[in-house]
Design a binder for this molecule. Sequence first.
Ligand code: KG4
Ligand code: ZN
Length: 372
Amino acid sequence: MDNNSEKIERRTEEDGVIFMSIKNEDDTVNVSSDKDITILAIESSCDETAAAVVRNGREVLSNVISSQIALHTIYGGVVPEIASRKHVEKINGCVRAALSEAGLTLEDIDVIAVTYGPGLVGALLVGVSEAKALSFVTGKPLVGVHHIEGHICANYIEDKNLKPPFMCLVASGGHSHLVYVKDYGEYDIIGQTRDDAAGEAFDKVARAIGLGYPGGPKVDAAARQGNPDAINFPRAKTTEKSYDFSFSGLKSAVLNYLNQAEMKGEEVNKNDVAASFQKAVVDVLTEHTMEAAKEYGCKKIAIAGGVASNTSLRERLQSECEKQGIAFYRPSPVLCTDNAAMIGAAAYYAYKKGIVADLTLNAVAVETLYNE
Ligand code: KG4
Ligand code: ZN
């Protein structure tokens, strides 16, 4: 274990918190509650270089995203080494643009925030190094933010009145988590994927039916032209009473269906495959989320992560929540996929609790670090 890991506040799963911002035990800060806090936030965990300025956790003054999607499309997925190099090229420009769009200079910033993990380690390191350099030269405090916590906090930006507790479904390319948000910065992870993340399944199925990368939005669009009841793909059940997910069986079922059709020389209706696959994913995500909200007595459900921009998932959860008298929160699509505004929102609540990092802050690739 390196020095930095020792500085990560550790709690066990029993304590209910298994991811959180980085805390430097010797250097917590007292934050006066009435002063405005303006945060410059940086995100570079995967294929978006992003910088944003966020005031008091909820007000976005700028949200700059430089997407590398076009670059990775030719390879059919994100190439980590290319992503890191592109982040190096883009990061200074994104930070400058975020400040100038907000009409501010570095002097107006109170806190520098950055995603430290999980993600591609080489990509994360670019943002972490940038944030540490900015913190060092300006003397402003540094806050390290967990990427999934950032996704959840996108909901605070979208709905200024949302307060914990609530149930949050986080579904993205790398994660599928069901999280009970007990309070700001306090989380119970009550379910997660045992294999592929939901977004990963979307991307792999899209590739198999020839829709290309990134798969989620393309499957979403194709599904609108197809029949969701055309093919009965399996809905994975993990053990009874578990909120865990499993999507690799579903992905294999789609691949088998395509292979068999090819062997028989039958033509496949891609839109029907997309719609039936999407329905299977949405059914499972919706059922688990609704059951969890019921068990925890939640009157609020939120969604987060790239897959949260899926039209069908948003409609299904909206309608189930209406039926059950539950308030439904979903960030606009630009706040669902990776962005730095959500990192600024998460950093605000961490900073208010006096959680800051020092210059030993390091990139962490694997999220399960906190479960050990
Ligand atoms: O949150 P995100 O931008 O990055 C990660 O943290 O992983 O999520 C990206 C994922 C990709 O797998 C992408 O295919 C998926 O979100 N996605 C969607 C949609 N838009 C993006 N999946 C389903 N439907 C969509 N409309
Ligand atoms: Zn993400």
